[in-house]
Write a protein that binds this ligand. Sequence first.
Ligand code: SAM
Length: 252
Amino acid sequence: MKNRYARKSILCSEKYYGRGFHSPGGYEVLDLLFKTLELDNIENVLEVGSGLGAATHYFNKYFGAQVIGLDLSQDMVDICKKRQTSDESKKVEFIQGDLRFTEFNKNHFDLIWIRETLLYIPENERKKVWNNFYSFLKPGGTLAIIEWCRERESVPDEVVEYRKTSNHHDQYPYELLSDLGNSGFTIFLLKDLTNLYVQNLKDGLNILQEMENEFKKDFTVEEFKALVERVELKIRAFTRRDFIMTLVKAKK
Ligand SMILES: C[S@@+](CC[C@H](N)C(=O)[O-])C[C@H]1O[C@@H](n2cnc3c(N)ncnc32)[C@H](O)[C@@H]1O
C-alpha cells in the first residue's frame, strides 16, 4: 500500500487512468454516476480516498460545491495541492488523513463520496467508518459508494494473490448493505457496474498500448509491463466476476 500510492507509482498509474484519476472511465463515467445517483442541492462534499483529485474538482465544477478531498497518501495530496490554482483552493481543499480516524463537523455534508477505497478498510473497522460518515452527513444527505465487491468465495489463485499483495478486503454486497442499514442509512440504489467497469478497463488499456512510446519517456519498460499485467489481471478477474463493481446510494 505504501509503495502502491507513492509518487512514482501514482504518476505511472495516472498515465493509464487519465489526468487526475485513479479509477477508469474519466469524466464520462463521473457524468453517468452523477445522473444515475440523481444528485441535487449539493453544497458541501467530502470525497474520501480522493486520489489525484479529478472527481474532487469536478464536484465543484458540476455542482458549484465546496469540496474536501481526504486521502491517506501524502504524495497524492501534495500532487493535488501543487496542481491547484489559488482560486481553485478556495473551493476545493485537499487534506492528508486516514478515513478511519479523521473527524469532520457533524451534520455538515450533503454528499460523501467513496470510490475504490473502501476495499482497503478491514472488515472489523468498517462499522466505525459508517457511523462516522452518518454523523458527518446532513439529515437527508447522500453517501455514494462505488466499490469492489465479491460474488463468491472460490476464486483462482491469481485473484487470491492479488488480494493479498494489494491488501484488499472486498466484501459481499449484502454485507455492505447490512452494515449501512445497521448504521442508520436507508438504501436508495444498488447497481452492478461490472460490465461498464470491464469496458472502461479495456478502453484504457487500448489507449495505454497506443501511447507505449510516450509512456516509456517517463517510465521504464518494466513499469510499463507491470502496469499492463496488472490491468489485464483486473480485466480477467472482473470478466469472470471474481470481483464485481457495485454502486450504492444510501441516505441519512
Ligand atoms: C484506487 S484509488 C481511488 C482514488 C479516487 N477515488 C479515484 O477514483 O480516482 C484509492 C485511494 O484511496 C486512498 N486510501 C486508501 N486507504 C485510505 C484510508 N484509510 N484513508 C484515506 N484514503 C485512503 C489511496 O491513497 C488512494 O488514493
